[in-house]
Write a protein that binds this ligand. Structure first.
Ligand code: NAP
Ligand code: MG
Length: 495
């Protein structure tokens, strides 16, 4: 026998490839220095005389100045919406309303790149998400509800649906254009007119949508867009001639709004916060579960109301899952939102960054164990490294409060009953995820989840045909699907 040759040291299977920068060009976006309010089909100067800067959160540069609508402006906009409702929209045949919605949808598709780049510039989200998620879904919502506009009587068998009137709609900054689409499409399809208030930090794509509404030649006043801060939202909600209030945002502001409309005849829907459980059983396909957990909490920097921010792992799978998660976190690319390879972009605002920092500090202080992969964060702008916490107990703030950032709290469980108990042990109830090989267990779990949406072996999947909304402090009312029309109509039995 000959001596065996010594084996050469093993080469790494995957050499460490460096990514070249792959920035999406900003050239397609034409920014104006100043944006007025979109009222009655035109961009107008605010009667308040006030303007505020809007920035790019990835580098803190000012992108433009935007009007701040005061009470008088809100009144002008609501009056324009009322007049359009009575004279142009309410009595238009559904098939005609549909044409306008189809036009908006097609214009969003045609101008998708421009919208996606602007969304990433103003909000900090990675271009691959604005391009592949926000824009296609926003267009899909308009297409979907355009399809309902002339079929409302089929949506509500044996009932006669009539529109409510003027809808006052207030939306947050995490999916600025998409939330505008979720609000406007069902309202317009069912014959209402709207006044929309985008979030203070992300007004630009809503204003670009104003341009699209002009392009689609909607009757003036059917859609009005008022930029401003919380006070603008409050005066819209409080305006006596608003018939329907639709709000997406924090539970805290949702409660204020509920108090503000109490005792009035205003209809109300609230889409609020969440603290979803993503539940991984020991028989789950582990690599897919890791991807689902990462998508669940790091998609859109964790600025997602239905984010899977509490990971519940069955004990036998815990170590393997944690090891794989840590490796996967190390491969997430944090940085320039306009780089096509970026996985985690900028935090939306300094205030949000501070809120995340404060909650993470509380996690450390209360005794949970923090893990962050090594990663270089840019110096300017608002950034937070992908973060995991182990050793989390149910009483920790990071297990109870919504962080709304790229921070995952990991807990364990032994039995399905314990998973149900822990998952539902929250004041929220927007979504849940279940990872297991067994179909029967998916159904058993889904029945017991007190959450509006339950995903099985996937997470953060959205479709305009599927209703979305909360239980408990996550709000009430549904957006999407046939259910999404219901908050915008009055139903009377056909006599
Ligand atoms: P927020 O402070 O509640 O703001 C939401 C919107 O309401 C913004 O346009 C805001 O204006 C406006 N606003 C603030 N105070 C108001 C008031 N008193 N009356 C009327 N409007 C008022 O929430 P956020 O911090 O922007 O967004 C994050 C929260 O939204 C998270 O809790 C998240 O879970 C929730 N969210 C829920 C969903 C869902 O579908 N359930 C979707 C996305 C986000 P400013 O921008 O000037 O503050
Ligand atoms: Mg706010």
């Amino acid at each position: 026998m000959t001596d065996l040759e010594p084996v050469a040291p093993a080469q790494p299977v995957m050499p460490a490839w460096e990514y070249a920068a792959a920035p999406e060009s900003k050239d397609i976006v034409r920014l104006q220095d100043r944006y007025g309010l979109f009222i009655g089909g035109e961009f107008v100067e605010p009667k308040s005389g006030r303007w505020f800067p809007t920035i790019d959160p990835s580098n803190e540069t000012v992108l433009a100045e935007v009007a701040e609508a005061g009470e008088e402006d809100v009144d002008v906009a609501v009056t324009a919406a009322r007049s359009a409702y009575v004279t142009a929209w309410r009595d238009l045949p559904g098939s005609e309303r549909a044409k306008y919605l189809y036009r908006i949808a097609r214009a969003l598709q045609e101008r998708a790149r421009e919208f996606a780049v602007l969304e990433s510039m103003n909000g900090g989200k990675p271009i691959k998400e604005s391009r592949d998620v926000d824009l296609p879904l926003a267009a899909a919502h308009f297409f979907y509800y355009a399809g309902w506009a002339d079929k409302l009587e089929y949506a509500f068998p044996a009932m006669k649906p009539t529109p409510l009137g003027v809808a006052g709609q207030v939306i947050p900054w995490n999916f600025p254009l998409l939330m505008a689409a979720w609000k406007l499409a069902p309202a317009l399809a069912s014959g209402n007119t709207a006044v929309l208030k985008p979030a203070e930090t992300t007004p630009l794509t809503a204003l670009l949508l104003g341009e699209v509404i002009q392009q689609a030649e909607l009757p003036p006043g059917v859609v009005n867009i008022l930029t401003g801060a919380g006070a603008t939202g409050a005066s819209l909600v409080g305006h006596p001639d608003v018939d329907k209030v639709a709000f997406t945002g924090s539970t805290e502001v949702g409660k204020q709004i509920r108090r503000a409309v109490a005792g009035t005849s205003k209809h109300l829907t609230l889409e609020l916060g969440g603290k979803a459980a993503n539940i991984v059983f020991e028989d789950a396909p582990i690599d897919q579960a890791v991807e689902g957990v990462v998508n669940g909490i790091f998609f859109n920097q964790g600025h997602v109301c239905c984010a899977g921010s509490r990971l519940l792992v069955q004990e036998p799978a815990f170590e393997q899952l944690l090891d794989k998660l840590k490796v996967r976190l190390g491969t997430l690319r944090v940085g320039d939102p306009l780089d096509k390879n970026t996985d985690v972009g900028a935090i939306n605002s300094r205030a949000q960054l501070e809120k995340i920092g404060e909650l993470v500090a509380s996690g450390v202080e209360e005794g949970a164990v923090i893990y962050q992969p090594p990663c270089d964060l840019p110096e300017r702008g608002f950034w937070f490294a992908p973060t995991l916490f182990t050793g989390v107990s149910q009483s920790h703030r990071i297990a109870r409060e919504e962080i709304f950032g790229p921070v995952l709290s990991i807990l364990t469980f032994r039995t399905p009953e314990e998973a149900v108990e822990k998952a539902n042990n929250t004041p929220y109830g927007l979504s849940a995820g279940i990872w297991t090989e067994k179909g029967s267990r998916i159904l058993w779990m889904a029945r017991r989840m007190r959450a509006g949406v339950v995903w099985a072996n996937t997470f953060n999947r959205f479709d305009p045909t599927s209703p979305f909304g909360g239980y408990k402090e996550s709000g009430f009312g549904r957006e999407g699907g046939r259910h999404g029309l219901e908050p915008y109509v009055r139903l009377e039995p056909v006599s």
